[in-house]
Ligand binder design. Structure first.
Ligand code: URA
Length: 234
């Protein structure tokens, strides 16, 4: 691809900013300054900006701690989206959430621009388990736990796959739920079968990767390569 395109992606700047950097002689290709934005380069070339190597990342994978009130979408006319929270750091990327949380829910949302990866981790045949901490308005009963373990039938007759639920607090109102499928409003509807309401819902983990405790609501960081591989089951 052209050097200016490569640099715009690697340095996360616009094409015109990238051309400016190249014309100013701040960019080198395989050790030699190159002032031609149209120069063809490939992944095999070593591109540096101000002497610092700038490998081009094919895709980005972001762990966001979604705050309540933010919607799991790329764009929305009314509400702030999860992509709005990270967009300024990636102006050139077409980011989207790989899986959704309700507007009132909080916790781990994975944002990426890798469509094949998102498709793989959300595909029903290979659905990556998701772990939630849920506060309900009545104590967890044995009937609920046994029903979830068997797989409850929702009000609209959808038969759910087995899900694990275990109490986290002595009063039985804060529980951990592990889901192996992604049905709309699944946890709220599962508790709804037993007349229980959900007060708070926080996603703690996707696969074996837990939400970083250092991330306050609204904060994010990129996933490491090992974390991406763990989520993808590679
Ligand atoms: N189940 C729900 O009901 N809501 C969520 O946000 C996630 C799972």
């Amino acid at each position: 691809m052209r050097l200016d395109k490569y640099l715009a992606e690697a340095a996360q700047c616009t094409r015109s900013e990238s051309r400016e950097l190249i014309r100013k002689g701040r960019v080198s290709v395989n050790g030699a300054v190159c002032r031609r934005p149209e120069q063809q380069v490939s992944e095999m070339d070593s591109i540096a900006l101000d002497g610092k190597s700038r490998p081009r990342q094919a895709f980005v994978y972001i762990m966001l701690n979604k705050p309540a009130g933010v919607v799991s979408a790329s764009a929305d006319k009314r509400d702030t989206t999860v992509v709005d929270l990270v967009h300024s750091a990636y102006p050139r990327r077409e980011l989207f959430p790989a899986g959704r949380l309700d507007k009132t829910s909080t916790g781990f949302v994975l944002i990426t621009d890798d469509g094949a990866f998102a498709h793989d981790i959300l595909a029903p045949r290979h659905h990556v388990p998701k772990t939630y901490r849920v506060t309900i308005d009545t104590p967890l009963t044995r009937e609920m736990a046994e029903g979830f373990a068997r797989g409850v039938v929702l009000a609209d007759r959808v038969q759910l796959a087995p899900a694990e639920v275990s109490p986290l607090t002595a009063d039985g109102r804060t529980v951990r739920v592990v889901l192996h499928q992604g049905v709309y409003h699944q946890i709220k509807r599962m508790f709804g079968v037993y007349g229980a309401g959900v007060d708070q819902l926080h996603r703690e983990a996707i696969g074996s990767v837990w939400l970083d405790q250092d991330l306050a609501p609204g904060q994010w960081r990129e996933l490491t390569e090992a974390e991406v591989a763990a989520i993808a089951g590679r």
